[in-house]
Design a protein around this ligand. Structure first.
Ligand code: SF4
Length: 357
């Protein structure tokens, strides 16, 4: 890249002023809402976040309302967005701001960075957009753009520092938030992973990859990941018109959400054997099995599952004893509890009229 940092920034901001995406948090000056949007945007596309963001701010308009809410109510609004640790950490962070900072979000990097769920990227994004602090916020889109500008094949730690330094020199001190969001939008709209539209790009004149026949070759594609697959069985354990649900432990994947008892089917186990074993382990009860639903498929970020539910009844007189919090709910109460998406898919398969064969 030619060492003209001012022009780099100027070209980018001119492009951003006429091409920025319309998103509900754009133009927002409340640091709480900017922070919320950045937490929701972690590993999630902006288009998908918009709906959840609007629903959330309607229900929890201030950081104080988040801090004072019950975790379960927050998870219910977050339900379906995934990566539930983000929600729990945001709740903890909101409580910390209320308790330790008198409700004022700290605008110093080193203080803000210590809050639960806040990493380098989130701290830089929130402080640059919400407080005008000139810090580059390097997300996936920005990495791709800058890797191409610098014509980097592999993003090593050394190369990451090169990108960071270049951005620190280029960032517009008067509009750091727009500078960061401009690069993010450029990566989203122009410098796409499989298609770089260099002829419309405001950075073409600075870009090393644009001088090649195939700018998309930067960075070198990573080797495809093998995604593990699991077969899972869960039980609809009935007591009259109610069935049993358990709350997942916070430290686990999907922690804090509710689920049906059950688990992975082990090698050489039938779904029925697996369910009897799992319910014994989780609830210390024996069950009589009834009908099974058709299995449904669901893919999480790091693995995929095929899950089925089997109607069950407790053996005579047995009482559930579980280390996890438990509830007996009617089908109508499903909407009152946050469940993983796979459970919701499964609920649509279940005929709640016939609860035992
Ligand atoms: S010129 Fe092309 S490769 Fe370079 S940043 Fe712009 S779109 Fe990406």
């Amino acid at each position: 890249m030619k060492q003209n940092f001012t022009l780099f920034s100027k070209n980018l901001l001119r492009w951003y002023d006429t091409n920025k995406r319309t998103l509900p948090w754009r133009g927002e000056s409340d640091p709480y809402r900017i922070w919320l949007s950045e937490i929701m945007l972690q590993q999630t596309q902006a288009e998908r976040v918009s709906h959840y963001y609007l629903k959330w701010v309607k229900r929890f308009p201030t950081l104080e309302s988040v801090a004072q809410a019950k975790e379960e109510n927050l998870l219910k609004v977050w339900e379906g967005l995934g990566y539930y640790n983000r929600c729990r950490n945001f709740h903890r962070a909101a409580k910390t701001v209320l308790k330790d900072y008198n409700g004022e979000i700290p605008c110093e990097f080193n203080l803000f960075r210590t809050l639960p769920g806040v990493g380098d990227y989130t701290a830089s994004a929130v402080l640059s957009i919400g407080f005008g602090v000139p810090l580059p916020a390097i997300d996936g889109n920005i990495k791709r753009v800058m890797v191409r500008v610098l014509r980097i094949k592999t993003l090593t730690k050394y190369n990451y520092q090169r990108i960071k330094k270049l951005l620190e020199k280029s960032i517009d001190k008067n509009r750091p938030g727009d500078f960061n969001q401009g690069l993010m939008d450029l990566g989203n709209q122009i410098c796409r992973p499989n298609q770089a539209h260099c002829y419309t790009c405001p950075l073409e004149v600075f870009c090393g990859a644009a001088q090649t026949d195939f700018p998309e070759a930067y960075p070198q594609p990573a080797l495809p990941r093998i995604v593990p697959h699991y077969d899972v069985v869960v039980g609809l354990v009935w007591k009259k018109d109610r069935f049993l649900i358990l709350k997942r432990e916070n430290r686990n994947h999907l922690g804090g959400l509710w689920e049906l008892p059950g688990g992975k089917i082990e090698f050489r186990e039938s779904p029925e054997q697996a369910l009897i074993r799992e319910i014994k382990e989780e609830c210390n009860v024996d069950v009589i099995l009834g009908k099974s639903t058709e299995p449904i498929k669901h893919r999480y970020s790091h693995f995929s599952i095929e899950i089925r539910a089997i109607h069950c009844q407790l053996q005579n007189g047995m009482k559930v004893f579980s280390n996890q919090p438990s509830q007996w709910i009617t089908p109508e109460q499903i909407i009152d509890y946050p469940f993983p998406k796979a459970n919701h898919k499964l609920f649509t398969q279940i005929n709640f009229e016939t609860n035992i064969a």
